[in-house]
Design a protein around this ligand. Structure first.
Ligand code: 13P
Length: 258
């Protein structure tokens, strides 16, 4: 048994304006009980334009849900039109920042080196990176899962200190399972999450591997959450579509009761 507290994160992607975001966070706070939040850490990752509004609601109503972002730049400031600096997020009480999401890698050309710079910048700004990794269907069919995941982790974590890795979150999100309704089987998800932990052990040490939280992401729904979230190396979920419904997201968070 481990003492890692699960973290269930809602990645809202490019959905919801700030009015809709306020509605969703309020509905979510009604749907969750104190016990739910004691058992599971919860974060929501709205678009940048919603962050201030969601922060205000969370603080005013003392809702114990952590605020997260979906991305950031690695530089502290400067001529980077359209980008957001880590300190701008920490100033808004953002606690978690997703980096290396496959949509950013595939659609916006982010490399492992970019992800690595972002991980370091997020840590430096005293927030927690949620670093995503995951293979395509072609890589899975070609038997390249292990090579690909190990490379993403080795390059994404290069030069990051063990203590910082202990506090971070790694999300395994097989690309073929994102938004497709095709969740990995609990066994497949567990197998790769165990590989992630073994890779952290290899790169660092046992205390770091034991402490790092590993999420699974890819079509997690209320119906699939219980089996996925009770796997030994899975410490939470990174949820897209189902996080846009307060009811479905709450049901995923309440996986122990289901
Ligand atoms: P879905 O839950 O919609 O498959 O999205 C997963 C994801 O990409 C979370 O980051």
């Amino acid at each position: 048994m481990t003492s890692r507290k699960p973290l269930i994160s809602g990645n809202w992607k490019m959905n919801l304006n700030h009015f809709e975001a306020i509605q969703l966070i309020q509905k979510l706070s009604y749907a969750l009980t104190k016990d739910d939040i004691e058992a599971v850490d919860v974060s929501v990752h709205p678009p940048f334009t919603d962050l201030r509004s969601v922060q205000t609601v969370l603080q005013a109503d003392k809702i114990p849900i952590a605020l997260g972002a979906q991305n950031c730049h690695w530089e502290a400031k400067g001529a980077f039109t359209g980008e957001i600096a880590p300190a701008m997020l920490s100033k808004l009480s953002v606690q978690y920042v997703i980096t290396g999401h496959s949509e950013r890698r595939q659609l916006f050309g982010e490399t492992n080196e970019d992800v690595n710079r972002k991980v370091k910048a997020i840590v430096k700004a005293e927030m927690t990176p949620i670093m995503a990794c995951g293979e395509t269907l072609e890589q899975r069919e070609a038997g390249e899962v292990e090579d690909h995941i190990v490379t993403q982790l080795r390059e994404g974590l290069a030069g990051v200190k063990a203590d910082d890795v202990s506090n971070m979150v790694i999300a395994y999100e097989p690309i073929w399972a994102i938004g497709t309704g095709a969740t990995a089987t609990p066994e497949d998800a567990q197998e790769v999450c165990a590989l992630v932990r073994a890779t952290v052990l290899d790169l660092y040490n046992k205390p770091t591997a034991d402490a790092v939280r590993i999420q699974y992401g890819g079509s997690v729904k209320p119906g699939t959450a219980p089996e996925i979230l009770t796997q030994p190396d899975i410490d939470g979920a990174l949820i897209g579509g189902a996080a846009l419904s307060a009811e479905d997201f709450a049901h995923c968070i309440q996986y122990r009761l289901r």
